[in-house]
Design a protein around this ligand. Sequence first.
Ligand code: PLP
Length: 367
Amino acid sequence: MTIHDLDTPSIIVNLDVMESNLKRMADYCRKHNLNLRPHSKTHKSPDVARMQIAQGFPGITCAKVGEAEVMVENGVLDILIAYPVVGDIKVRRLCSLAKKAKIAVALDSVEAAEGIAREAARRGVTIDILAEINVGMNRVGVETPGLLVVLAEKINRMKGLRLRGIACYPGQLFFPPPEQKKPLRQLGELITDLRARFRAKGLDERWVSAGSTPTAYQSHWSPGITEIRPGMYPFNDRNMLGADICTLDQCALHVMTTVVSTAVNKRAMMDGGSKTFSSDRFIPDGPKAAPTFGTIRDDEKIIFYGMSEEHGHLDLSKSKTRLKIGQRLRVLPNHVCPTVNLHERMYAVRGEKVVATWEIKCRAKIQ
Ligand SMILES: Cc1ncc(COP(=O)(O)O)c(C=O)c1O
């Protein structure tokens, strides 16, 4: 089968590029003595998770219990849920998973910890816990080192839980690597201080999980971190490219679409809109710029300026290309993670040959 036998819209992954991205990240982590625990929210596919594990690091990250359930069913057995697991229903599922696999959770409240501890103690399982601190993303994580130590001491006393260390997510550092030096050094100082405070109280601090794709290759600027959780690096996307975090040669994934209408002057419509690409903006343009939703790799002068649910609106006024009905286009999406979540499968190709089909089994597993 070749890409010409595939219907559109379809996600196409250049396997050579993805394999090189996987290897490069694993080599970096080995060189700097870091554990690599890729965030699977990007690909949501046990097939890709297994390829990541084959690079020599056994664990992955999930956001939701539902994703972890699918991964465990498919033989991925070492998972950090980097998201507070709250509520009896989820906690029961979490403890069932802990009977089958190594499961850890990052959380930032006594309430979340107590909920898990109660059920874990009742079921006779032990859940590993990382106490989470906010390092500037302002999303989750307690606000100060003192509060983190207080939380960690409480977790440490709860039956059913085993405090293992610290989690954080520097997702706000979304800019070119040279500009990350100062904030990543500051993060390293914070982590070093936190670890010393934990040690002084006899708390386990040997697992420090951080990291994102933009900061991944600079993680050694934050001494004290022991693990990174990049998600997007197997594929990269237009936002990564636009922020100078990867090169075009390192972008492994595109969406293949078909031109379905050229009836309107200087416009064309392709067969993928907001149900194919997600509406995430191109971050480097800033919030005030007119939105664009992807790069047309066949001709970057074609502007993907709008979306209906099933129409991608293309502006041809700056392009010399004369698009024809039925012509296929390759689109680099703004943000790869929500794009993948909209599709049922990805096609891995070498050249034009389709060499594997990966079901996106964790798509829509939001619970
Ligand atoms: C908690 C957490 N860790 C790791 C990641 C992965 O980072 P990135 O998306 O930059 O690859 C994310 C992404 O949202 C995240 O939320």
